[in-house]
Design a protein around this ligand. Structure first.
Ligand SMILES: [Zn+2]
Length: 437
């Protein structure tokens, strides 16, 4: 173990790859994080119950099974010391099944899909796709039940059109999500509709009493496992690096924290679609939990103004084939440290003060820092940082590891960066005092 209590890089990356593979939907990501929190002695709280928090206790709360807030109720005086908060999001762009997905064409069974978030669609062609998510069903005796499912085998594919049938494919190919994206699942005919297939699956997988499928939230994912790649193992290739990498980094940091500071990890669903929902960063979840933790309004305000939020979401590394897409002075490199994201128009919440605090945290861990601003002639993305900061009034810095192919179903990060950032997260969560500026 290193000084920070963090594993060495290879062990860390192996565990992150396992987490990425198991977390095929936001539901599964929250289940995986909860499993690790349980194992580390955190207690699950229900929002509908009365809470009795013990100083030094560790807790977590789920909402909709797809957003999670985990926190250490530290022994330090909360209004005096404030929270050390780390935010990330559990959702990633993907293809979600429509409520009535069944399509039959030329003897094939296909599924209609909705595009969730700003997905890059081309990478979804010719992949071995599986299905995962949450299903609700009724049993023989009329009970309503739900469960998370993950088929973990390839059951669908979206074959490309051969170049012979579209000679312009390499020059002018566009993708129509309604007509080009329905995957082929099997041959059609009796018993090939989704309800029959899912009931068959549920019966085989420990729910023999399932008789009717009521509803579901299911999405497709690429079955190719996450991997460390590159001649000298420089890179990590995986689906959902945006933003499960930042969830995992925050989680590892939290698990390495003692019980003195008030450390908070928030992982919200629905970032990729604007964050406005009961469980998104623009909803009331985090504020409601923090208010319950601290008690009265004045204590909340005092604590918030002693706090710092690190909003972690991946950044765009400068791609060697497209260097002109970055400002020449602000092109982050993979394996060169986390990136502070800055935008004069507040698409990111970083300020010179919060950037200074984050840089100091990185320096203390011997982790280099980079800066990103978008080219002045291009529009800027955003994340949960400005939303959370706007809702709570908390000082916030937007940061993230540099990546390529953001919103593809196979993204690329450096194999050093997540581990470096996790050391910073652990140091941050355990910091009883932040530098006074
Ligand atoms: Zn993101």
């Amino acid at each position: 173990m290193e000084k920070s209590g963090m594993q060495d890089k290879d062990a860390f990356n192996r565990e992150m790859l396992e987490f990425l593979q198991a977390s095929t939907t936001p539901f599964h990501a929250v289940a995986e994080m909860s499993r690790r929190l349980d194992a580390a002695g955190f207690s699950a709280l229900r929002e509908a119950d009365a809470w009795e928090l013990q100083a030094g206790g560790k807790y977590y709360v789920q909402r909709n099974q797809s957003s999670l807030v985990a926190f250490v109720y530290g022994t330090d005086e909360l209004p005096e010391k404030g929270w050390r908060m780390w935010g990330a999001h559990t959702d990633s762009p993907c293809l979600k099944l429509k409520p009535k997905p069944d399509i039959e064409k030329k003897g094939y069974r296909q599924w209609g899909v909705q595009v969730y978030g700003g997905a890059l669609l081309n990478p979804w062609f010719d992949r071995d796709l599986s299905l995962a998510g949450r299903v609700h069903y009724q049993t023989k005796d009329g009970a309503l039940k739900q469960r998370l499912i993950d088929l973990q085998r390839a059951v669908a594919v979206i074959p490309s059109l051969a170049i012979h049938l579209d000679r312009e494919a390499n020059n002018a190919r566009t993708v129509n999500p309604q007509t080009d994206m329905p995957p082929i699942v099997c041959f059609s005919g009796d018993n090939s509709d989704l309800e029959t297939l899912l009931l068959e699956y549920l019966k085989a997988e420990g729910a023999p009493d399932a008789v009717e499928l009521i509803d579901f939230e299911l999405s497709l994912y690429d079955t190719q496992p996450p991997a460390v790649i590159g001649w000298r193992n420089e890179f990590i290739a995986s689906a959902r690096l945006d933003n499960l990498l930042s969830c995992f980094v925050g989680l590892r940091g939290l698990l390495a924290t003692g019980n003195k500071t008030h450390a908070v990890l928030v992982c919200n669903d629905h970032e990729e679609v604007g964050s406005l929902s009961a469980i998104g960063a623009q909803g009331p979840m985090l504020k409601a939990i923090l208010q319950r933790v601290v008690g009265d309004h004045e204590s909340f305000e005092r604590a918030i103004h002693q706090s710092l939020m690190v909003s972690a979401d991946n950044a765009h590394g400068v791609h060697p084939n497209y260097v002109d897409r970055h400002d020449n002075n602000h092109g982050p490199l993979l394996n060169a440290g986390p990136v502070i994201k800055i935008n004069a128009n507040q698409r990111y919440a970083s300020t010179s003060e919060t950037n200074t605090l984050f840089t100091a945290l990185c320096k203390a861990c011997d982790v280099p820092v980079q800066q990103f601003v978008i080219r002045s002639d291009m529009g800027c993305g955003s994340t949960i940082g400005p939303i959370t900061s706007g809702a709570l009034g908390v000082r916030t810095v937007d940061i993230g590891v540099p990546t390529f192919a953001m919103h593809s179903c196979r993204e690329l990060a450096g194999s050093e960066d997540a581990h470096g950032l996790a050391k910073v997260a652990a140091h941050f969560f355990a910091s009883r005092e932040l530098p006074q500026i």
